[in-house]
Design a protein around this ligand. Structure first.
Ligand SMILES: [Zn+2]
Length: 135
């Protein structure tokens, strides 16, 4: 463990005679995100399926829901997560034949894939919101 091998010896050298109290947060990096955090990489291309129900966000000054409303004209979509395509279409950012994910860690073009277009806007993935802890 890094703390025992590095932090404590450093503390003992720099604070002779003092007692150090170390607090640990054992939640994994993944668990550091709230269950409804806005994360493009957790989204599917299409509505529903295995993807989290995310909280509302704000885009262009308007609240954008990440879930279809309970009075949606298509009853099969009501209450389901929208998925990346629908979110991009609502934002007028959808392009024909756009793929879900280009398999690159960094964007390969301005519209290489849905995930990167969403992440690039900084509206879906808001670091300040995503640091909220679940524990
Ligand atoms: Zn991409």
């Amino acid at each position: 463990m890094q703390v025992a091998e590095k932090a404590i010896p450093v503390f003992e050298k720099t604070h002779p005679g003092a007692i150090g109290v170390f607090a640990f947060d054992n939640s994994s990096a993944h668990a550091a995100f709230a269950a409804d955090a806005l994360l493009a990489k957790a989204m599917n291309v299409n509505p529903g399926g295995k993807q989290p129900i995310m909280r509302d966000t704000v885009f262009d000054g308007q609240v954008q829901q990440m879930v279809f409303p309970d009075d949606h004209p298509d009853a099969s979509l009501r209450g389901k997560a929208k998925g990346m395509r629908a979110v991009l279409q609502e934002r007028q950012l959808w392009k024909e034949r756009m793929i879900g994910f280009c398999n690159s860690n960094t964007p390969t073009s301005d519209s290489c894939c849905m995930r990167h277009v969403l992440e690039k806007q900084g509206r879906l993935y808001e670091p300040a919101l995503c640091t909220s802890r679940t524990d």
